[in-house]
Design a protein around this ligand. Structure first.
Ligand code: ZN
Length: 169
């Protein structure tokens, strides 16, 4: 077994409790009442502004950080709101407002999209993340650090808090 890391650095699995608020103080997301979040540091499992703020921190530290859109979910791009032909989707596709789907582009890249509205002929979609343009106010408590397994480093994500979640992909 590897030694327990002292500080957050690349290839460390970090377990955190977090609350995310918008600029108005409204809670957008929180691990409160749920499992804490485990992520692999250095692999963009979390937004860049939060990841860089956590680098070098220790177990027990509390980090409060405001992350600008550029370092969060991006700036809203009006050109990323599009109308697609309804016929471009399978007839049985679940196309309700708020539904997220992933489109495969011609070059094989995967692009997440969110449905804004649907009418008889068109599906109005937004390729902006729903939190694009928001300044993200995080409050994070660092619960646990451990060294990632070689398998986790290869996958670029943790296999659960203790590293024992098995999956295939
Ligand atoms: Zn994996």
């Amino acid at each position: 077994m590897s030694e327990t890391p002292e500080i957050i650095a690349d290839d460390v699995v970090v377990t955190i409790d977090y609350t995310l608020r918008n600029a108005g103080g409204e809670v957008l997301d929180s691990s409160s009442g749920d499992e804490p979040l485990s992520y692999l540091h250095g692999y963009q499992n979390i937004v860049p502004g939060l990841e860089s703020a956590l680098a070098g921190k220790k177990k027990g530290d509390v980090v409060k950080i405001a992350v600008a859109p550029e370092d969060g979910y991006g700036v809203r791009d009006p050109a990323a709101v599009r109308e697609l032909e309804r016929d471009a989707f399978p007839p049985d596709a679940d196309l309700r407002p708020g539904i997220q789907f992933v489109a495969e582009l011609e070059d094989g890249e995967h692009m997440p999209m969110w449905v804004l509205a649907v009418d008889d002929t068109h599906v109005h979609i937004d390729m902006n993340h729903p939190l694009a343009g928001e300044t993200l106010h995080f409050e994070v408590t660092i619960i646990e650090l451990r060294a990632a397994s070689p398998n986790e480093v290869q996958h670029g994500h943790p296999h659960g808090r203790d590293g024992h979640d098995h999956h295939h992909h």
